[in-house]
Design a protein around this ligand. Sequence first.
Ligand code: NAP
Ligand code: SF4
Length: 677
Amino acid sequence: MTHPLYPHLLAPLDLGFTTLKNRVIMGSMHTGLEDRFYNYGKLAAFYRERARGGAGLIVTGGISPNRQGWLLPFGGTLNFLGDVPNHRRVTRAVHEEGCKILLQILHAGRYGYQPFVVSASSIKSPISKFKPKALDAAGIEVTIASYARCAKLAKMAGYDGVEVMGSEGYLLNQFLCARTNKRTDDWGGSIENRMRLPLEVVRRIRAEVGPDFILMYRHSVLDLVEGGNTWDEVVAVAKALEAAGVTILNTGYGWHEARVPTIVTSVPRAAFAQVARRLRAEVKIPVVASNRINMPGDAESLLAQGDADLVSMARPFLADADWVAKAAGGRADEINTCIACNQACLDHTFSNKRASCLVNPRACHETELRYRKSARPRRVAVVGAGPAGLSAALVAAECGHQVTLFDASERIGGQFNVAMRVPGKEEFAETIRYFGRKLALAKVDVRLGRRVSREELLAGGYDEVIVATGITVRHPNIPGIGHPKVLSYLDVLRDGKQVGRRVAIIGAGGIGFDMGEFLVHDPKVPLPVPAAHWMAEWGVDPASSAPGGLASPVKPHPPREVWLLQRKTTRPGSSLGKTSGWVHRATLVRNGVQMLAGVQYERIDDAGLHITVGGEARLLAVDNVVICAGQESLAELMPAEGTTGGPRFHKIGGAALAAELDAKRAIREGAELAARL
Ligand code: NAP
Ligand code: SF4
């Protein structure tokens, strides 16, 4: 029966030998549970929840076919029989929930952060310190055989198929592009030779596993690097892959070393679906759209307009295991939306830590962080409806406690209300929407617009009081700090105070950078920024007329001249997220923001901001100085040390530690505390 809300998204897909129950793929996402310590029990629990939540098909994180292909030393590998029982735990869990699962075979090539790395040619990548050895003909044969053996073992382990990772600049992509393939033998030179390895891999896998096994190939349709493929080459490879036995073509955008962002929150939703559409017109097998698809409405629209046959989402399934079930039940407003921040997933992965999710700290911790019904329901007061308080209130209510949530503001969301005003951070509004809806469903008594006193809390009959009152902004002790041209970031982002044409920002942390982006945004460009404008700004040609789909970026028109300052002598922005900081820096550089480190603030007066930098006195003749110098904790509701009797008080989030005001920690602390009550 056709689904009334999402007729395309929730329609089955008949692949001939098997049927997918809907068009939603949980895409490959490295969790860290695949590696070294072989936490396959935890990995099985992680996938079981996603399978139960209704995904049509799951793709595992990247598993290497051999040691040379490791992403990291002792990375997840499937190359001998002894690995099979581990993988069976995963496939059994997923099948028991009525879902299908593919093993992703990922050979990192020169992206491997380990000493055994190999590639098409011996050219070091800018993101690994290890120079690869160029594979010789025998090494290529061994590599192809490793892929085929890995697929065979995957079949033995109960997988419904494999996905061959051919994009993002990994080994097969390295052979495919002249950028990294300088060979003069049968495996380099013409596109026919460069595609030989991917095609041989597909043919040998197909020969090994037979016809009734899903073989999805992730094809790089926009390399977004110099020396990438042209559109004609992309199409030629796709057609050859189809002929070689690929069942489904997934699409990949941008190598990891590309200087164009493809998944961070400022990338417009579904921006790359138009490229999948062009590919779909060239082949007969199903094509998958991916990247920055996070809500069912957008996914349904792109399928309905013929951009793709399926959608792949990885991070949205970290944020909400029940994404499909909620969509199917007409409860999209209950989806905990992935805000594409990368803070707890990719930033963790690239720091060699287990992945999780900023908005869902249970992700990859399913067996450790459990929200169980309490045997002793308590009366709980939560003060502060920012990320920490919202998380604590919701989890406490879901565990059966009777919860009252207070906030002095008229709105829930705390600092997220500020973040969502920053261009490119509009997704933060989704988290506020999610909590608002879920608190109502969990019957939390939400009392807004009034400051609650300690006396009221003591007299309220509560068993537990959770102080999540957040922060107050820090006002640095600079002569002239009271001058009318001085504004705090809250004055600008929350209260909408006007800012002049020339501006100095004091403090180059996350909020200083956000402020920079807010101040240089051209008011003529609507928000969220439309995909076409975003592509032009970043120099992306979706038609891929030039190699790699790169074009000359259009010049932005910032309405202000901005200086971003810090006292430290380190590079401004070095504290930002590992996988998103470079995007913020590049945006500000492109917009002419001048970043100064090692600054001493002397005074602020009518003339502007007087500083000393590199021993030289300078005047920045600015109209406004915006303070983004961090925060101080606000926890005055906490009782004095040694107080006995009354409710138990707890302190979480910014109220506990402003130095690391951090939504990831705040939400996790709230959830962990509430789960323990
Ligand atoms: P922050 O990252 O701690 O940065 C504070 C900035 O103020 C630093 O550049 C610091 O540099 C400066 N500063 C500190 N004390 C000062 C003083 N007394 N006088 C003058 N300058 C001073 O804090 P934030 O920018 O407010 O961000 C808070 C948190 O929000 C971050 O930790 C991050 O987790 C999160 N956040 C992240 C992002 C992102 O990654 N894009 C965006 C927004 C928020 P100097 O001491 O060198 O001067
Ligand atoms: Fe999405 Fe951020 Fe969660 Fe990663 S940490 S899954 S980007 S919300």
